[in-house]
Design a protein around this ligand. Structure first.
Ligand code: PSU
Ligand code: MN
Length: 303
């Protein structure tokens, strides 16, 4: 295993000292935000995790290794190159074997975090069941990973580029708990609410930590979604974002976008159509997820 994984100095030290660690994905850096905001945000997110008592571990594929924790130079390299592959479960071995640059999705980040013994992961939003999936079968590998890999994902729910109702159904079938942090309903990324209730509400991170420990003690394999709404001050007007998403979806259809390109295409369109306002919201919610993720990791490590 050592031949494939390289832990940063900081992550190694945290592990030795039994300190809480929070995993971070890199698709959001390479395919979710433009340079240089992506690198700046990634650094700020790492610092928020440190300020809240945990150690950040940004995960990516570089030099034929799964890197768990990146140096400043590696972060820069990842955020400022245009030949970085989007890596999900199926892509991981090929990218490592051929020593290409890869940014990990939620699914791949969960796999790598688990290999490194990290069980809390903070990000923006998860992939899910796409609208029209009953004919396209476009269902993110993130959901299958949540079904089997023991990592909890702190996120702002999922964007309504997806079918949130079908996403909730899929998670239910796979036995993945969706825990609302201080919310009764699934947040929809840019907005704090959706019409779909979460499975459980928890108003403090201690309750979530205890639930996760119980799940894994009982050998109920798989992760959990910790759904944390975007802070009120940064939320976007619902009618505006709904209209933008409709436009993005119809353009994707017109252009016959398919496979792994669908999500990045929709994300970029939404950003373009909101004149960057969606980017501000995106940055704010990721930072808040990092804070809650760090607090949760601290609580879990204490159990
Ligand atoms: N949703 C977002 N922002 C993102 C992603 C999803 O709001 O950056 C990224 C994540 O890395 C997620 C991936 O794991 O897209 C899902 O891609 P797909 O739908 O192709 O599985
Ligand atoms: Mn897909």
């Amino acid at each position: 295993m050592k031949e494939y994984i390289a832990l940063s100095q900081e992550v190694q030290e945290a592990q030795k000292a039994n300190k809480p660690i929070v995993a971070l994905e890199s698709t959001i850096i390479s395919h979710g935000m433009p340079y240089p905001q992506n690198v700046k945000t990634a650094r700020e997110v790492e610092n928020i995790i440190r300020e809240n008592g945990a150690t950040p571990a940004t995960i990516a594929i570089l030099d034929g290794k799964i890197k768990v924790g990146l140096t400043d130079d590696e972060l820069e390299e990842l955020g400022n190159s245009d030949n970085v592959a989007k890596v999900s479960r199926r892509d991981l071995p090929y990218l490592v074997a051929t020593k290409q640059k890869g940014a990990t999705t939620v699914a791949a980040t969960m796999i790598c975090a688990d290999l490194a013994g990290i069980s809390i992961f903070a990000t923006g939003g998860i992939g899910g069941v796409h609208r029209g999936a009953e004919t396209t079968m476009d269902i993110s590998a993130d959901l299958e990973e949540l079904a089997k890999t023991n990592v909890a994902v702190v996120c702002a729910g999922a964007k309504s580029i997806l079918d949130l109702g079908l996403t909730m159904e899929y998670l239910e079938t796979k036995g993945v708990p969706v825990i609302g942090y201080q919310t009764d309903v699934l947040p929809a990324f840019y907005t704090r609410t959706s019409e779909f209730p979460v499975n459980f509400r928890a108003d403090d991170t201690a309750t979530i930590a205890k639930t996760l420990k119980t799940k894994w003690d009982l050998q109920l394999a798989g992760g959990a979604v910790v759904a944390n709404p975007i802070p009120e001050a940064h939320a976007m007007p619902e009618d505006k974002i709904t209209a933008v998403i409709e436009t993005a979806l119809s353009e994707a259809k017109e252009k016959n976008i398919s496979g792994k390109e669908v999500t990045p295409f929709l994300l970029a369109k939404v950003k373009e159509l909101t004149d960057g306002k969606s980017l501000d919201a995106n940055i704010a919610l990721v930072k808040y997820n990092a804070e809650v993720g760090a607090k949760l990791a601290v609580k879990l490590a204490a159990l």
